[in-house]
Design a protein around this ligand. Structure first.
Ligand code: WT7
Length: 565
């Protein structure tokens, strides 16, 4: 049985640079012949039509549930879900959000939403009430799928557009707007699919910048072209692979890299619910015979720190063929650990919510340079540009920039066209990272150029945290930065000044941490709080995070001419 196209894996990088043409990738899709477009057809239904329906699409495990679903079952169940959404009046282009921990229902719902042409909005389960409200409000979501444990964080009354709350796991409902998943799934079992335009909205990912509230990054069905190729060339997916990406679908890695890239290539996906646990993770790799594994530096560092010293003596990981990392800088030390302890090379790859799929990678067929993010995916023009958007020569530090447009590129910032325009400079898409390119064309990450914090691979906007901090009665002003941390990459530190009548104490700091944790999200709460009399501000009253960072790192504060007296 021939599944993947013959030119599936990347064998010669230089040659691919010469011959690469996105139109050749487009020819791999059914729609290039039929004209009928929907990512779900290419990721799920096509495998059934072409005789691969009995293959497992999803192995799910979390310690209490253990289930497997074939491509045929995914097609049937997601059709049911799509029919259910239609019965609620959901239409093409409507936003349907997913706010729940990983479970088979999450993936069935995701595929069901895309199947009927609606736009899916995945939300990380750690978000608390106000963070959930901001995102549902901005997107104008009409339906949210959630669980009995999380539903109390959805303030339906303050969200007039929100019509239905689907409870994925409940057996009874408490409010008039609630619907039980199990009932919805009985609406109709007829096969259904809505054909869309290649440029129609598919997934709306909320992410953080350095200013303002989180922004909705809109991806369209055309992203499938890039996601399929990344599966073949970056993740090196092959016939018969068992693929496990540990990212949560609340983040782009968990949807694009977690299920879309592999399913577009007909590959079986493993999903493990629940929290990180070194032994459980090794057991999962062994149990399913995972061949391709995608995780993140923080997770690898946790395995290094807490895991078995010699996992290969306890677990049989002999099936593991290709290992990937993304989301944060991958230290050479972690690569060395991987070689020694797991006997695998860990391949770093770089991308971001806005890029929709992998952009730069250490490809299997290229020599690996530990510490480098590798080379651009053939078909992508990646460069280092100065602040005017002029390309810089090798070995010069500058802005990492991409030539628009590539298939998985963000198409809009929801409701905020002016924010979208800000990404572009002199014909380049500017990523917000600084990096350089060496003489051999390998890219090396340096830092974020803006104030965005990357903690355990999760992107946190300082503004959202600061806004929450100043809602606490004791906090007068707050400035939030990321400080280097050996395990998590960065941890969040808040500098605050107190209102009159409040005294600094450990108890107060703890209370403030909890305040952010319970109102915003655990991963966005500061681990460190430092109280200062005053905070450095510009004449216009903006907190100067750059100065806070310099204080923290004991570096020179630089130009202070705009600082308030
Ligand atoms: C930011 C984007 C893999 C996509 C998920 C994260 C940082 C991402 C790497 C890497 C160093 C990396 C960048 C980027 N980042 N991959 N391989 N090496 N840094 O998507 O949440 O939008 O975050 O993550 O700073 O801008 P995101």
């Amino acid at each position: 049985m021939m599944m993947l196209d013959e030119r599936a894996n990347l064998k010669n990088y230089e040659e691919a640079l010469q011959t690469m043409d996105w139109q050749n990738v487009e020819r791999q899709f059914t729609w290039s012949k039929t004209g009928n477009v929907n990512i779900v057809y290419e990721a799920i239904d096509r495998h059934v039509v072409e005789g691969r329906g009995d293959r497992v699409a999803l192995h799910y495990t979390d310690g209490s549930r253990e289930e497997s679903y074939t491509f045929t079952e995914m097609m049937q169940l997601s059709s049911r879900f799509a029919n259910g959404l239609r019965s609620l009046g959901v239409q093409k282009g409507d936003r349907v959000f997913l706010f729940m921990p990983r479970s088979p229902e999450l993936y069935i719902a995701l595929i069901g939403i895309l199947r009927m042409g609606a736009i899916a909005g995945p939300l990380f389960e750690a978000f608390m009430e106000e963070a959930v409200k901001d995102r549902l409000e901005d997107s104008g979501a009409t339906v949210v799928v959630t669980t009995a444990a999380l539903v109390s964080r959805i303030r339906s009354r303050e969200l007039p557009q929100l019509q239905h709350v689907i409870l994925a796991d409940a057996v009874e409902k408490n409010e008039a707007n609630q619907i039980l998943y199990r009932e919805l799934m009985t609406t109709s079992d007829a096969y259904t699919i809505e054909w869309v335009d290649r440029e129609d909205g598919m997934i709306l990912n909320y992410t953080s910048g350095s200013t303002g509230k989180p922004k909705g990054v809109l991806h369209v069905h055309d992203a499938m072209i890039h996601q399929k190729l990344a599966g073949q060339w970056v993740y090196d997916l092959q016939e018969g692979d068992i693929y496990w990406c540990t990212a949560d679908p609340g983040w782009i890695t968990g949807t694009s890299g977690g299920v879309l890239s592999p399913w577009l290539n007909g590959v079986t996906v493993v999903v493990r619910g629940g929290r990180f646990d070194a032994n459980e993770w090794y057991a999962t790799l062994e149990k399913y015979g995972v061949t391709v594994w995608f995780s993140a530096p923080t997770a690898f560092r946790l395995l290094m720190a807490k895991g078995e010293r010699q996992p290969l003596q306890t677990y049989n990981l002999s099936k593991l063929r290709h290992v990937l990392s993304a989301g944060e800088p991958l230290n050479p030390e972690v690569i060395r650990w991987g070689m020694e302890t797991l006997q695998v090379r860990i391949h770093d790859n770089w991308w971001m919510t806005e890029t929709g799929s992998s952009i730069c990678a250490n490809f299997r067929c290229n020599p690996l340079r530990p510490g480098s993010m590798g080379k651009p995916l053939p078909g992508i023009t990646l460069a280092i540009v100065d602040d005017e958007g002029n390309e810089l020569p090798p070995n010069r530090l500058g802005n990492l920039a991409i030539k628009p447009k590539w298939p998985a590129m963000v198409r809009a910032i929801w409701n905020q066209p002016q924010k979208y325009e800000k990404y572009f400079l002199n014909g380049w898409f500017v990523t917000g990272d600084s990096a350089y390119k060496d003489a051999d064309g390998y890219f090396w990450f340096e830092a974020r150029v803006d104030d965005v914090i990357n903690t355990s691979g999760e992107r946190v906007g300082p503004f959202e945290v600061e806004s929450k901090l100043v809602e606490h009665p004791a906090v007068a002003e707050a400035g939030v930065i990321g400080v280097p941390d050996p395990l998590r990459g960065e941890v969040i530190k808040a500098f605050i000044s107190l209102r009159a009548g409040y005294e600094e104490s450990d108890a107060l700091k703890e209370e403030i941490k909890q305040f952010v944790k319970t109102r915003l999200a655990a991963h966005a709460a500061p681990r460190l709080i430092e109280v200062r009399q005053t905070l450095p501000k510009t004449n216009s009253g903006k907190i100067m995070r750059r100065v806070l960072k310099a204080w923290e790192l004991g570096l020179p504060t630089g130009d202070l001419s705009t600082m308030e007296e």
